[in-house]
Design a protein around this ligand. Structure first.
Ligand SMILES: C[S@@+](CC[C@H](N)C(=O)[O-])C[C@H]1O[C@@H](n2cnc3c(N)ncnc32)[C@H](O)[C@@H]1O
Length: 255
C-alpha cells in the first residue's frame, strides 16, 4: 500500500483552532472524507483535494460506517493521501477507534492527528474552566445520546465530585438533569449549554441544573451542536465572560 490515511481532528469549527499538522495534512490531501459537523471554512483549506461528505446528522446516514472504511482503504490502496476529517478530536465520540481498527485490519498505514474537542472548547468559549482548584479536580465527559450509556456513570458518580460535560446530550438533557438530582446533586448546581462554540453564531445559556430543560438557543441556532456543562466551575463564567467580551471588543471584535 503506497497511500496513507490521516484521521484528523478538525476542532470545534474555528479554522484557527486547527493544529498545524491538521492544516498541513489538509493542504497535502488528495481525498478528504468529512463529517457533517466539520465547518466549511476548515474544509476549504483542502483546496487541492476531492472532498466527500460521509457524515451523519440527526439520524440521516449518508454513508454507512463500513462504507467509510471501504472508501478509506480503497483510496489508500490507489496510492492516495486520504484525510478522514472529524469534528473535534477523532477519538472522542467520533468512531475514530473503529476506523483505526479497520485500517489496521486492511494493513493500510495510518496516523491520528488529535484535535481540540468540543468537550474542552465549548466550556472554554463560554469562559468556563473545566477544572479549578478548590471547585473541581475531575472532569467527566459523557455521551448523552443514549440513557443506557450515561446512566451507570451518573449513578456511580458522587454528587458534586466532578465537572460533568455532556456531548450529544441536548435531546436527553431533562432526563439527565433529573437523574443527577435524584442521585443527590443540588437543584441549584450551576449549569450551562454552549451552542456552536467557536463559530460566529455561537450562543450560550447559564442557569441552575433544575432549569436545564428550558435552555434554548433561539430559532437561528435550531439544530446547532450543543455541549452541556454541569458543576460549580460554571459559576466562574459570571466573573470571566464579561471581561473576555470586553477585551475582545477592545481588540476590534477579535473572534
Ligand atoms: C459525535 S460528537 C463528536 C465530538 C467530537 N469528536 C469532539 O471531540 O468534539 C458531536 C457532539 O459534539 C458536540 N459539539 C461538536 N461541535 C460543537 C460546537 N462547535 N459547539 C458545541 N458543541 C459541539 C455536540 O454535543 C455534538 O452533539
Amino acid at each position: 500500500v503506497k497511500g496513507f490515511v490521516s484521521l484528523v481532528g478538525a476542532g470545534p469549527g474555528d479554522p484557527e483552532l486547527l493544529t498545524r499538522k491538521a492544516l498541513r495534512r489538509l493542504s497535502e490531501a488528495d481525498l478528504v472524507l468529512y463529517d457533517a459537523l466539520v465547518a466549511p471554512e476548515v474544509l476549504a483549506l483542502a483546496a487541492g483535494a476531492r472532498r466527500f461528505p460521509v457524515g451523519k446528522r440527526a439520524g440521516r446516514h449518508t454513508v454507512t460506517q463500513e462504507g467509510i472504511h471501504h472508501a478509506m482503504v480503497r483510496a489508500a490502496r490507489r496510492g492516495l493521501r486520504v484525510v478522514r476529517l472529524k469534528g473535534g478530536d477523532p477519538f472522542v465520540f467520533g468512531r475514530g477507534g473503529e476506523e483505526a481498527l479497520a485500517l489496521k485490519a486492511a494493513r493500510v498505514p495510518f496516523e491520528v492527528v488529535p484535535g481540540v474537542s468540543a468537550a474542552i472548547a465549548a466550556p472554554a468559549s463560554a469562559s468556563i474552566p473545566v477544572t479549578h482548584r478548590g471547585l473541581s479536580s475531575a472532569l467527566v465527559v459523557l455521551s448523552g445520546h443514549a440513557e443506557e450509556a450515561w446512566r451507570p456513570v451518573v449513578d456511580s458518580l458522587a454528587p458534586h465530585s466532578a465537572t460533568v460535560v455532556v456531548l450529544m446530550g441536548l435531546a436527553g438533557r431533562a432526563a439527565l438533569a433529573a437523574a443527577l438530582v435524584a442521585r443527590g446533586w443540588r437543584r441549584s448546581t450551576p449549569s450551562a449549554v454552549v451552542w456552536s462554540a467557536s463559530r460566529p453564531d455561537s450562543a450560550s445559556w447559564r442557569g441552575p441544573l433544575s432549569s436545564l430543560h428550558k435552555a434554548e438557543p433561539g430559532e437561528a441556532l435550531a439544530g446547532a451542536p450543543g455541549t452541556i456543562v454541569i458543576g460549580e466551575v460554571v459559576s466562574l463564567a459570571a466573573a470571566l465572560a464579561p471581561v473576555v467580551a470586553e477585551a475582545r471588543a477592545a481588540q476590534g471584535g477579535l473572534r
